[in-house]
Design a protein around this ligand. Structure first.
Ligand code: AMP
Length: 627
């Protein structure tokens, strides 16, 4: 299961750690299905940024193309939903990262045309231009238009350019959808520092997850918007939000509440609803009634000559089955997370429809606790994104570290040993380099195998990937200078680069899914490493002894070859015996035996090595004499 802070997408590695430059404004953006908004931390508080009127913070996620191709975004685009639906794109979030095949069930529900030229490719939206020709837009381009509008809005407020943002996505978004969101940001001129799960942002907005007290807390985020319902169960573990389960209904929200009211009125008043215009108007009136009933007990209005009314009790009757459906999702999410209601420490209300009093009551009754509903439910996600952005900007030094690597990352070294390069619990982003060399003469290739885990032998850890550094110039063992760098970015993407300094040969690999590991697996790996600590130590010293012995064997054999001319037959045989004995011990698992055989071989060969040195020196001197 993915961690909140994690994005499994390939991305730029932030080697410069610029995210930490204190004082820079990084904004938080909630790119929503119905509405989007941008927020920032101002004077230590997260606030949503309003438009020109200074009041309206929600930007409807609507993009309208005028016949000449120019674009209108947000509130100004809204009227075109009815007057020019084929050129007015809404709910584009539902299309992000989707292929036509993914959308075959729902494609006819949109007022605009989604094209189907290729089942497997990402969809495009066809918009007719004034010349009768179609223009094609991808959901990424359309989302970028919304992001641009938000960017412009915040820039107008602060009077300087904004180039960096944190953008939220639903917890269930897959890699393609997250990447599409990131791409939309880039297209809008924003460096997306982090893709954050919406429920995680909501928790942060309520300050949950910002202090150590929240360690081990479990949170339910109930998000009922205009058209969708999501419930997410999160747990904070070591400062990281883990999504334990998500559930929901992609076609259940405030719109259904409106429809329920329309149905009630139709049944009671037999309203004339034959034209699109009439149906549109009554829906708007129903929404007005719903909102009014969140404050009042009764609502009365006139619809085309008929007086219509509705009480809160009547509305509640119609809303109850819809709310019941959301609670069924909560039951499923709890079951998936293997939790009971009583395990939930906090319930957070998100989305405009949680303003309906019956929703609050029912959710509170279901979880048997007070819900967090003091923040504006439309703004919670963006406010949380702004807090996350502020943490990234380095402005909240005292907050609990949100980004750490849960397990060590390292490479395999000779003997199958794990050499941890980025130790577990390191802060990210981070960059670590370490020097290595070859173990065999003339070695021209080096395999760099990357592992994650706490055990001493790589065989007990999890392999993340490997690559080969080729074209190392042939040199004696130990001479090449190979530097291996690990770059771990804020999104958990690991890039490993190996460079041979003498030749400049370079090779790298990017590993995207180092967090593609569940909390349980991770816990098991840690427990495993503790349980096996002693055994691991033995294995490590055995592996080290074997590596050293193999080097000694290589040198001994080389020594015989190079000094055969003067060594006596007996000496050669004797060395051979020690070499065989050592080789035999290397084949076994007795570290002490290996060390003893090594010592015996050394004791026997040391005087011979001195003699060889003397002879070489003498030979060199003679050579000089001759010259
Ligand atoms: P969202 O997608 O989160 O922006 O949610 C918008 C939904 O919230 C729409 O269905 C709105 O009708 C609904 N909504 C907004 N304000 C209220 C309110 N005061 N009472 C009930 N529903 C509301």
């Amino acid at each position: 299961m993915a961690k909140y802070s994690i994005d499994l997408q390939a991305g730029k590695v932030k080697e410069d750690e610029a995210v930490n430059s204190v004082g820079e404004i990084i904004v938080g953006i909630d790119l929503g299905t119905t509405n989007s908004l941008v927020a920032r931390v101002k004077d230590g508080r997260a606030v949503a940024v309003a438009g020109e009127d200074g009041k309206q913070v929600l930007v409807p996620s609507i993009v309208h193309f005028r016949p000449d191709g120019s674009v209108v975004v947000g509130e100004a685009a809204k009227p075109y939903l009815t007057t020019a639906p084929e050129r007015t794109i809404y709910s584009v979030k539902r299309l992000l990262g989707k292929s036509f095949g993914d959308l075959s069930d729902v494609k006819d529900q949109f007022g605009y045309r989604i094209i189907d030229e290729d089942e497997d490719r990402l969809v495009k939206i066809a918009v007719p231009g004034s010349d009768g020709r179609q223009r094609y837009y991808s959901p990424v381009e359309l989302s970028a238009r919304i992001l641009q509008a938000l960017k412009a809005r915040v820039e107008a407020e602060i009077g300087s350019p904004v180039s960096r943002a944190v953008i939220t996505v639903p917890a269930y978004f897959n890699d393609a959808q997250r990447q599409a969101t990131r791409d939309a940001g880039k297209l809008a001129g924003l460096d997306v520092l982090r893709i954050v799960n919406e429920p995680t942002a909501s928790s942060l907005a309520y300050g949950i997850g910002l202090t150590e007290e929240d360690e081990g807390r479990t949170i339910a985020v109930y998000d009922l918007g205009g058209g969708t319902f999501d419930v997410s169960i999160l747990r904070i573990e070591q400062g990281i939000f883990e999504v334990l389960a998500t559930n929901g209904d992609t076609f259940l929200g405030g719109d259904d509440f409106d429809q329920a009211i329309v149905s009630y009125w139709q049944e009671n008043y037999g309203l004339p609803l034959s034209t699109t215009q009439e149906r549109g108007e009554i829906r708007l009136l129903a929404e007005r009634a719903k909102k009014a009933l969140s404050q009042e007990q009764t609502f009365t209005a006139e619809f085309r000559g008929t007086s219509v009314s509705l009480t809160r009790a009547e509305a509640n009757d119609r809303f109850a089955p819809l709310i019941e459906r959301t609670l069924s999702s909560c039951v499923r999410a709890l079951a998936d997370a293997k939790l009971e209601k009583g395990d939930i420490d906090h319930v957070i209300m998100v989305g405009g429809s949680t303003r309906v009093p019956l929703v609050k009551e029912q959710v509170s009754a279901f979880f048997e606790k007070e819900v967090n509903d003091t923040l504006d439910p439309d703004q919670v996600v963006a406010l949380g994104a702004a807090i996350q952005a502020d943490v990234l900007a380095g402005n909240q030094q005292d907050v609990l570290l949100l980004d750490i690597t849960p397990l060590s990352l390292g490479i395999e070294t000779v003997g199958g040993l794990m050499d941890p390069i980025i130790p577990r619990n390191s802060k990210v982003p981070t960059k670590v380099g370490r020097k290595y060399t070859t173990s065999v003469d003339g070695q021209v290739r080096l395999k760099v195998a990357v592992y994650q885990g706490e055990r001493d032998m790589v065989a007990d850890n999890r392999k993340l990937g490997e690559f080969i550094l080729n074209d190392i110039p042939p040199m004696p063992a130990g001479i090449p200078q190979i530097e291996i760098h690990f770059y771990l970015d804020a999104d958990g993407i690991l890039r490993v680069k190996a460079t041979e300094h003498r030749s400049g040969t370079e090779q790298s690999v990017t590993i995207k899914s180092q967090y593609g590991i569940s909390e349980e697996e991770m816990a098991l790996m840690l427990i495993d490493s503790l349980n096996h600590a002693e055994e691991d130590m033995r294995a490590r010293s055995l592996a080290e002894a074997k590596t050293e012995a193999n080097n000694v064997l290589l040198s001994a054999r080389k020594f015989i070859r190079q000094n055969e001319s003067w060594l006596s037959g007996e000496q050669v045989q004797e060395i051979g015996r020690f070499v065989d004995a050592l080789a035999a011990s290397v084949a076994g698992d007795d570290k002490d035996a290996i060390n003893e055989r090594m010592a015996e071989l050394n004791t026997y060969t040391t005087p011979l090595a001195h003699e060889a040195l003397d002879r070489n020196v003498a030979a060199a001197m003679r050579g000089r004499d001759v010259n």
